[in-house]
Design a protein around this ligand. Structure first.
Ligand SMILES: [Fe+2]
Ligand SMILES: [Fe+2]
Length: 269
């Protein structure tokens, strides 16, 4: 099974550049081209939140139209920049988002690897949260199939990145979430966004990965007290391979034109 991830698209469709620098529509087009060219083709694409920069209906509509050009099924979860109701309305006819309830969490059951989508959005600030209701839903969902290999995907990482300005808002109930994750050995990994960098952490007895953004990357600045900044480093999409024998293998595929594969030849003397 192959899973591709796109994250933190921060789409704006008003013709303005994001932060005055990034053409987010062009970034989305490049990502679509990249995904459609992957060979072998992934089984699904996880779009892990911050789909739009400011929640406007038009942005979601254009995003939906563009996602429909991806030749792989795409599954969305909300980030702190997203609006649940707009997402629900825009993607509801695809059938996987819950029609009712406060949160956009769900499971995907049709693949060898079971997928659980978590909704970590808070209303009052940009940080992540698993409230008691969501923790309870996760526990019940995991206990329903304790022996089935499972991948969790969520927007906010429940751990620190080491980049001070990204770690200012602790994930609410990260400890309670970790306890649940640790108790469920069927979990093969956790896939997140939000940090706009490729990061891997051993957490909760499993591997947790953060995707780069499609539009800009947070500066890898480990200095205490440094102010927030971003870099125009290449966009990328993580690609996860999974099978029973090897478990989860995480790759990261840079988006851009780096030429065709080159064959190794003997260097001339
Ligand atoms: Fe983001
Ligand atoms: Fe975010």
């Amino acid at each position: 099974m192959i899973i591709a991830q796109i994250s933190d698209l921060h789409l704006r469709t008003d013709g303005q550049l994001l932060k005055g620098k990034v053409d987010t529509m062009a970034a989305l087009e490049a990502a679509i081209e990249h995904l459609n060219a992957l060979s072998p083709r992934p089984d699904l694409v996880l779009a892990t939140g911050d789909l739009v920069n400011k929640a406007h209906v038009q942005d979601y509509q254009i995003m939906r139209r563009e996602f429909d050009r991806i030749k792989i099924p795409v599954f969305v979860i909300p980030g702190n920049h997203d609006d649940r109701d707009m997402m629900r309305r825009n993607f509801e006819n695809l059938g996987y988002l819950p029609k009712n309830g406060a949160f956009l969490h769900y499971t995907l059951e049709d693949h060898p690897l079971r997928l659980i989508a978590l909704d970590t959005k808070r209303e009052d600030h940009d940080g992540g949260e698993m409230c008691m209701d969501r923790l309870e839903w996760l526990e019940e969902t995991l206990s329903a199939q304790p022996d089935r290999p499972t991948l969790i995907f969520m927007h906010h990482p429940p751990f620190k990145s080491g980049i001070g300005f990204m770690d200012k808002r602790p994930f609410v109930n990260a400890d309670k979430l970790e306890t649940i994750i640790r108790r469920n050995s069927q979990i093969v990994g956790i896939v997140c966004g939000h940090m706009h960098r490729n990061i891997s952490v051993a957490w909760g007895g499993t591997i947790a990965c953060v995707a780069p953004s499609l539009v800009f990357q947070m500066t890898m600045d480990f200095t205490t007290g440094s102010s927030s900044s971003f870099m125009l480093e290449p966009a990328a999409c993580p690609v996860f391979l999974w099978n029973e024998d090897n478990g989860l293998i995480a790759h990261c595929s840079l988006i851009g034109d780096y030429g065709p594969p080159n064959s190794f030849v003997v260097d001339p003397l």
